[in-house]
Design a protein around this ligand. Structure first.
Ligand code: GRG
Length: 282
C-alpha cells in the first residue's frame, strides 16, 4: 500500500475512535468536547504513535487508545492555549476557538475534561498480552510529556519570558518541553507498547526529539509568513527566516539519520518527517 494511503487509513481509524470516545453524552459539555476535537487537525501525534508502534510489530487495535490519548492531550493544550489569559486566539482550525463558541469558563472545563479523559482512556486500554510493563512505560512517557516537566513547564516558560530574554539554549529548552515533549512521547509510546528493543527505542526517541523541534521551527516559519511580528518567544525573531530554515533542515536530517542508524523500517515516519521539512510550504 502507498504510504499516503496507510497514513490516511490511520487518520480515519483515529477519527472513528475519537468519535466513539466522545459520543456518549448529549450534554452541552460533550458538544464542546466534540467541537474541540472532531472535524479538524492533522492527527500528527497519533500518526507518529501508530507508525512507530506498527514499525515494531504492534497491531493497530492495541495502539489506538494510546494514539487517541495523545490527541486528546494535544487538544486540551490547544483549547487552553487559545484562552484570553494565554494566547487569546479567536480562531482554531478555521473556526471560532472553543472559548469563542462556548464561553471562557466552559472552555476551561472542556480542556480539563480532555486531559482527564486521555488518562481514563489509557487506564482502560488493554496491555500488550503478558506485558503490563509496556503499558506502564508508555503511560509514564505520556504523563511526563504532558506534565510539569514537559508541556506545562514549557508553556510556563513561554508566558514568563519576554521576547529578548531567550537565547538559542533557552529557546531550545522551551520548545523541547512545550511542543517537543508530546511529539517525542507519542513516537516513544508506540515503540514501547510494541516492545521495541533498546536500540530501536533509543532511535525513535532521538527521532521524536528532532521532529519535535522541527515542528515548532516550521510553525514559527508559517506564522512569520502569515502574520506580523510574533508575540512570544519565536524562532524567526531569534534566528531570522534563513537561520530558522537552516535549523529546520538540520532537525529533519537528524530525524532521518536517527531512523537510519537504528534501522527503523518505517516509510510512514520518514514521510511524516518530510511533511514538516523546509520544502513543504515554508
Ligand atoms: C498546556 C495551555 C497549554 C499549552 C501547551 C502545545 C502548546 C503548549 C500550545 C499549542 C499552541 C501552539 C501554536 C504551539 C506550537 C506548535 C503547535 C503545537 C501547533 C499546533 O499543532 P498542530 O499543527 O495542530 O499539530 P492540529 O490542528 O493539526 O492538531
Amino acid at each position: 500500500m502507498d504510504v499516503r494511503d496507510t497514513l490516511e487509513g490511520m487518520r480515519r481509524d483515529v477519527d472513528a475512535e475519537l468519535g466513539q470516545l466522545l459520543a456518549c453524552g448529549g450534554s452541552r459539555l460533550f458538544e464542546a468536547l466534540r467541537y474541540a476535537v472532531l472535524g479538524g487537525g492533522k492527527r500528527f501525534r497519533p500518526l507518529l504513535l501508530l507508525s512507530a508502534g506498527e514499525a515494531f510489530g504492534a497491531g493497530r487495535a492495541l495502539l489506538l487508545p494510546y494514539a487517541c490519548a495523545v490527541e486528546l492531550i494535544h487538544n486540551f493544550s490547544l483549547v487552553h492555549d487559545d484562552l484570553p489569559s494565554l494566547d487569546n486566539d479567536d480562531f482554531r482550525r478555521g473556526k471560532p476557538s472553543c472559548h469563542k463558541a462556548f464561553g471562557e469558563g466552559p472552555a476551561v472545563l472542556a480542556g480539563d475534561g480532555l486531559l482527564a479523559l486521555a488518562f481514563e482512556v489509557i487506564a482502560r486500554a488493554p496491555s500488550p498480552a503478558g506485558h503490563t510493563e509496556r503499558k506502564d512505560a508508555a503511560l509514564r512517557e505520556i504523563a511526563a510529556a504532558a506534565g510539569v516537566r514537559g508541556m506545562i513547564e514549557g508553556q510556563w516558560m513561554d508566558i514568563s519570558l519576554r521576547a529578548g530574554e531567550a537565547d538559542e539554549r533557552v529557546f531550545t529548552d522551551l520548545v523541547r518541553k512545550k511542543t517537543g515533549a508530546l511529539i517525542r512521547a507519542s513516537a516513544a509510546a508506540g515503540a514501547l507498547i510494541a516492545g521495541a528493543p533498546a536500540d530501536g527505542l533509543a532511535a525513535v526517541e532521538r527521532y521524536g526529539d528532532a521532529v519535535g523541534l522541527a515542528f515548532q521551527l516550521r510553525d514559527d516559519l508559517a506564522d512569520a509568513a502569515q502574520s506580523g511580528p510574533p508575540s512570544g518567544i519565536d524562532a524567526v525573531a531569534l534566528f531570522g527566516r534563513d537561520g530558522t530554515r537552516a535549523r529546520l533542515e538540520r532537525c529533519v536530517s537528524e530525524a532521518v539519520a536517527a531512523l537510519d542508524a537504528g534501522k527503523v523500517a518505517s516509510p510512514e515516519l520518514r514521510y511524516l518527517t518530510r511533511e514538516i521539512g523546509p520544502g513543504s510550504g515554508t
